[in-house]
Ligand binder design. Sequence first.
Ligand SMILES: [Zn+2]
Length: 322
Amino acid sequence: MKVSIKTPTIHPIIVPTTSSLKTFNFYLVENEEKLFLVDAGVNTDECWHAFINTLKQTGRKMDEIDAIIITHNHADHIGLVNKIRSKMDIPLYAHQDAITRLKRETPFLQKRVHFFENLYKEMGCKEEASDQLERLKRSIEKNKHQIITGEINTLLDGDEIFGFRIIEVPGHAPDHIVLYHEGSGIMLVGDHIIEHSPSNALVELGKNGDRIRSLYLYEQSLQKLLQLRGTIAYSGHGAVIHNPHQVIENKLRRIERKAERIKRLLSYPKTAAAIAKRLYKERYIPLLPLVMSEVIGHLDRLELMGEVRIEQRDHVYYYKVD
Ligand SMILES: [Zn+2]
């Protein structure tokens, strides 16, 4: 395998936000005579100006950018893609599984609404989730402007691009990738690791119409990064991580601790919604998609580990420690 001798230069583009994410981060990267953008912020003037200023500071022009590579399909990582590509024809790269989501294909989005309708029913929060489901339905039309136009080149695990290796890390999103530079240990990690907050492993519809076991995959993806010799991790939000292995180990321990807490609640059968209410109390309704993702993720993980048993009554699932 080719190992780059020269260390890549990373130019962070950091845009503050009042949300708990703290900042939107994306990166101009120079390596092996190539200049490329990793992620593309949100579609705001702040992000646009920060991008243009950083480009100026590097002494480079937009037509010198060789590619845009996105770590995953979420709106806060692809915001400027269309705007940049409307001015300059720059190749776009994303994981193969991101395409359907980036193109916001209507049949897929409709299937996704149906998936969540079913899921919330099975998990015992059909009524509480009705607003969320309405929002999801409306977003199919409302977010059409977010459709990524033009050609998208696909990336897969192990691909090499501009001296970086692509590592698949499903969990936060099914199409999430990390860019890893072996020679220097530099990693561009998107939302796979965020120092100040848990990288919510979001429940998602899988390719075959099944539910992606997000937290189980996320845990495996964290372990996968521990096998690499990463020395510094550039995140999609918050601070640069100078001790990635330690941060990853902490996140793995947190998953274990949370799983123990959930198991203690399951001495008699409970729905995922009942657990979420118990754990999150008044935050349960306002944060419903996130907290349900978290609890369902844990229950799926415990099920795969053979630690919980499931009973079904009237199309609702009840979990109990085995
Ligand atoms: Zn993000």
